[in-house]
Write a protein that binds this ligand. Sequence first.
Ligand code: UDP
Length: 480
Amino acid sequence: MQNAKPHAALLASPGMGHLIPVLELGKRLVTYHGFHVTLFVVATDVSTTQSLLEEPYPNLNVVNLPLVDISGLIDPTATIVTKIIVMMRETLPSLRSAILALKSPPTALIVDLFGTEAFAVAEELNMLKYVFDTSTAWFLAITIYVPTIDKSVEDEHIIQKQPLRIPGCKSVPFDDTLGAFLDRNDQTFIEFKRIGIEMPMADGILMNTWEDLEPTTIGALRDFQMLGRVAKVPVYPIGPLARPVGPSVPRNHVLNWLQKQPNESVIYVSFGSGGTLSSDQMTELAWGLELSKQRFIWVVRPPIDNDASGAFFNLADGSEGAQKFLPEGFLARTREVGLVVPMWAPQVEILAHPSTGGFLSHCGWNSTLESIINGVPMIAWPLYAEQNMNAAMLTEELGVAVRPKTSASERVVSRAEIEMLVRKIMEDEEGFEIRKRVKELKYSGEKALRSKGGSSYNSLSQIAKHCEHSLHFQKAKAQG
Ligand code: UDP
């Protein structure tokens, strides 16, 4: 039957960390479930985002929504999360018009965490509405649980700095709490709670995790009792969705260099699409790497002293002259063993390369998944957002990473500690054990995605079925 397969509209909020998993979800819906997908992207002027979207994919159309000017709407010092949320809000009228302009009306709207206000558009246009939590189940649990807790419990966590207990899940120690909780008067906190209320209003919540990675938390999320006053909403672990090695990535000098290094001998150092370090921290990291005497690739950005997400919308600046902010002589002394890459590197290709043996990462969830699916052990160096929670899970629960003793975002980690951590992950017995565990996780993730019985494959199939039913129902209704 022509047009028997559903059309899904996907909405990605600005930032590679959101766009990548939403795009991968679109590809899976097309390839494995026969969907037609329209991906709406909220335009920013970040060039790395555009390059991702240039690779054509059959039955997946990308629509760039117009750039929105939020300069008059928020304080310029607002957090990156608040900026993204306000951009998404301002985009809603263009999203509505763009959906109405499509030739075939979509059956479902799937938004990421920052797009839940678009549910109103989905309801108006008779579409199913889903939200895709591009992070962990643990992060989802805290997001939808927090708006329901009593003020006294909230105070206990935020003011008295006690661990936040989430029924059925691991508690969140204050030191690992979400960035949004650090200032209750900030707009980010208020918006975060709103999102937590809106998410359970969806027809389902998709998560970029898998059953065997977070069985307890996923179980708790499914347990109505755990959610207390939260509406019961089905949750679908559909991960690990991560960007594959691109066929069209040109062989650049980084990959050529990597090709000449021994197996699993190089540690890759990168802080995601927006992470930046203070100048003192950069100096210590440079010394730590040098003293470890390990091979490395380091994505270097100009230091910013009090904004760990300082490069988020700002990747075009300062792409030259890394030597200006590295210790004197560092580049010359490490020339034989290290490669400094300004601003941006082909991360997926680096992590998939056999010469890469470790990853010092800010623990953004995409970077984490890319490391896991390539069996690469990590040094967890969280900077902002939910990255501390990710780091805690990777070290304490999954045992696939080591971490500086106290929060890297709150103090300068010394060169001695960095040297020790790098050696541990690259050449110690403990590092080999960690490597073994991460390889086990890699296989577990592959298994979840298999089209024969994979838990994540089955989860997405259930959503596909709901969409198909809804489409057939609407058609039948239209035919009277
Ligand atoms: N990335 C990349 N090259 C870089 C830095 C980042 O390709 O030099 C990609 C990385 O592979 C990942 C994404 O950007 O897919 C960053 O997402 P993540 O969730 O790890 O962190 P965020 O940038 O959202 O903090």
